[in-house]
Design a protein around this ligand. Structure first.
Ligand code: PBG
Length: 325
């Protein structure tokens, strides 16, 4: 059968029909709000390249978490900016480190919120790389030991989920074993398994104070000309004990999310990163695009690609705008 009997426009005729046949929706439970906490701040510091986002001080972080909880935001992911960086990343696994204290305080004050802790070294090392460096090279295996210490420390502080984002080989295995050995065998790992070396991360590095002082991250993050390599990253991380997989960035990587969803049965999420946020904010400020509609469209594209959850700087706004179901 074909035109004039077949007419695809029939089902687009009115909102009731259009909504009847909708296959994908954005749900409030899908959204994870990233939060930056600055150890040496006493009031929030605006992040210039990310209008509406802040580095929070300890007390204002708790107020913000409470506000998110009342709005119905169900999860947050924390990034710490320590007062002191060093060559070992000591503040990342310090008992009284900023993330450790923030995790414990949010868990106490906001019992409905799932608290995810990003596990990485870039905010804690003087040179801003995600691993230890010797003679200009990233020391993969030495980094694993530190990552395991950080993971155990965050789990001890009460983090509900750990999200390693460093891209060292073997990190999931080493972290999973360390968790097992320290009584945290039930703590889930959300692996940033598929993290591309992307220019979309630039505003985050301003926000987190983690611009590498030399070179770039392309010896550990993935080359965006590869797609099948993403499947190997997922496979190895699942074999090493990851529970969920993250694709990052999100906006230009729907094909990757889709392929992972097709080939693996694990939960897959994506991270709509800082540059995606800044780009849309900048255009919206010029009134060149409608921010609310475009954010709904981009986030729905991530759901359509197969993401079960989305780390998004708009999580709070999306709930305020009531565009999630
Ligand atoms: C690194 C890390 C990055 C982001 C979060 N953790 C990327 C990087 O600096 O290479 C980016 C997130 C964003 O852009 O919003 N541990």
């Amino acid at each position: 059968m074909k035109y004039p009997l077949v007419r695809l426009r029939r089902l687009r005729e009115n909102p009731k029909l259009r909504s009847l046949i909708e296959e994908h929706a954005l749900l409030s439970k899908d959204l994870i709000q990233p939060l930056f906490i600055g150890e040496n701040l006493s009031s929030p510091a605006a992040i210039a390249s990310m209008p509406g986002q802040f580095q929070w001080s300890f007390n204002t972080l708790l107020e913000e978490a409470k506000a998110l909880e009342s709005l119905g935001v169900s999860s947050v992911i924390l990034f710490g900016i320590p007062a002191k960086k060093d060559t070992r990343g000591r503040q990342a696994f310090a008992k009284k480190g900023i993330v450790q204290r923030a995790v414990a305080a949010i868990k106490k004050k906001c019992p409905k919120i799932l608290v995810i802790a990003d596990v990485c070294l870039c905010e804690y090392l003087e040179h801003g790389h995600c691993g230890h460096v010797r003679d200009g090279r990233i020391q993969n295996d030495a980094t694993l030991k530190t990552l395991a210490k950080i993971a155990v420390s965050y789990a001890g502080a009460g983090a509900d989920v750990l999200a390693p984002s460093d891209m060292m080989d073997g990190r999931i295995l080493v972290i999973r074993r360390a968790l097992q050995a320290n009584g945290f065998e039930h703590t889930p790992i959300l692996s940033h398994a598929v993290k591309y070396a992307s220019s979309f991360y630039a505003p985050f590095r301003e926000a987190a104070g983690s611009v590498p002082s030399f070179g770039d991250r392309s010896s550990y993050q993935m080359n965006f000309s590869q797609s099948r390599e993403a499947l190997r990253e997922v496979q190895t991380d699942l074999e090493e004990g990851a529970d969920m997989i993250l694709v990052k960035p999100a906006l230009a990587y729907g094909d990757i999310i889709y392929q992972i969803k097709e080939k693996f049965s694990c939960p897959v999420g994506c991270y709509s990163v800082s540059g995606e946020y800044s780009m849309i904010k900048a255009a919206a400020r010029q009134k060149w695009i409608d921010e609310k509609k475009l954010v709904y469209e981009t986030h729905l594209s991530m759901k359509r690609a197969g993401a079960s959850f989305i780390i998004s700087y708009w999580a709070k706004d999306i709930l305020k705008w009531k565009i999630a179901k």
